[in-house]
Design a protein around this ligand. Structure first.
Ligand code: FES
Ligand SMILES: [Fe+2]
Length: 321
């Protein structure tokens, strides 16, 4: 933050510098999103405990405990995001002022981004210069850990873009600190992506048992090209998204999640199925159609029994359009 840098200089402080950068296959706006989306800190950054104190689209103040090795560093940080391609920070590390600027720039090739982060560690005497040097060493070490945790988020967004999806927030000039706060909103859109028509999948029933594949009894199928996951739970077919409609995160299950839920891996959203279809025991002659909204587009799913008798049908077909 320039005003803080000017104040430090006016009071006779000098600084030592550090510049670090990350290049990857995503857009500068994905890097910007990553810096503004502070909500992922709790789930993604294992060594960070972050409490957000004041927040607006352009300003954020936090109190955080950053673990570096066995040491815990409390830090109060002021963040500013006035321009789309810059995030600015002022923080206190070991009682010393550090200013940080992160720039989200085009990368060396089309479809890539370069994030350049510049640090200034302020000091005024020999002792504080030593502290500034230790801070610089620790920040450099920590940067790699933090980037290893953050990079997969950006790359996943880049991959979805590559597949033709986009984010509704792309239409705004700046991705502010509040832009991703509401996890109930769906920001991923299918856009120009042309969904394959007439995708189909067979379901078998043997006795009381339903499966997608009579041989391996697999109970879940990813329809990757539609970003959907179908899951057989008991005698119901559940239709889930396979990516989180909020910001596109991969979904998962863990020990605490029931078979009827999926969990977002970036933010605390828990997803229920879009729709559920009862596969009746007796009536093999059925033809049901359900409609649902998926990634900002209407989808239609039809399930029909194709073969069998009234108690023991062999195959039902699910089709999408
Ligand atoms: S990506 Fe934000 S809740 Fe899933
Ligand atoms: Fe992060």
């Amino acid at each position: 933050m320039r005003i803080i840098e000017q104040t430090m200089t006016r009071y006779g402080y000098k600084h030592i510098s550090l510049k670090l950068e990350t290049v990857g296959k995503y857009l500068p706006t994905d890097s910007e999103w990553n810096y503004s989306d502070t909500m992922h800190a709790e789930l993604i950054h294992k060594m960070l405990d972050c409490t957000q104190v004041n927040i607006s689209n352009k300003d954020l103040s936090t109190f955080m405990i950053q673990m570096i090795g066995p040491f815990a560093f409390p830090a109060i940080t002021l963040m500013k995001h006035d321009e789309p391609h810059i995030h600015e920070y002022t923080t206190l590390i070991m009682g010393r002022v550090v200013t940080i600027t992160s720039e989200h720039l085009d990368g060396p090739e089309p479809g890539t981004a370069r994030t350049v982060t510049s640090y200034k560690f302020y000091y005024r005497n020999v002792l504080s210069k030593q502290i500034a040097r230790i801070s610089r060493f620790l920040i450099q070490k920590n940067y790699k850990i933090v980037m290893d945790e953050d990079r997969p988020l950006r790359e996943h967004r880049g991959l979805l873009r590559h597949m033709g999806l986009f984010y509704t927030s792309d239409l705004q000039e700046t991705h502010g600190f509040l832009a991703s706060r509401s996890i109930a909103e769906d920001h991923v859109s299918i856009g120009t992506y042309s969904m394959p028509k007439d995708q189909y999948l067979d379901i078998y029933k043997t006795g009381n048992y339903f499966s997608f594949d009579a041989k391996d009894n697999v109970q879940s199928r990813d329809i990757c090209t539609l970003f959907l996951e179908l899951s057989l739970v008991g005698k119901e077919l559940l239709v889930f998204p396979s990516i989180c409609p909020h910001e596109g995160a991969p979904l998962c299950r863990d020990g605490k999640t029931s078979r009827e839920e999926r969990k977002c891996s970036w933010h605390p959203r828990v997803l229920k199925p879009y729709t559920r279809i009862a596969l009746s025991d007796s009536a093999y002659i059925f033809n049901q159609q359900v409609k649902f909204q998926h990634l900002n587009r209407a989808m239609s799913l039809t399930i029909e029994a194709l073969d069998g008798d009234s108690t023991e049908w062999k195959v039902a077909r699910v089709t999408f359009s």
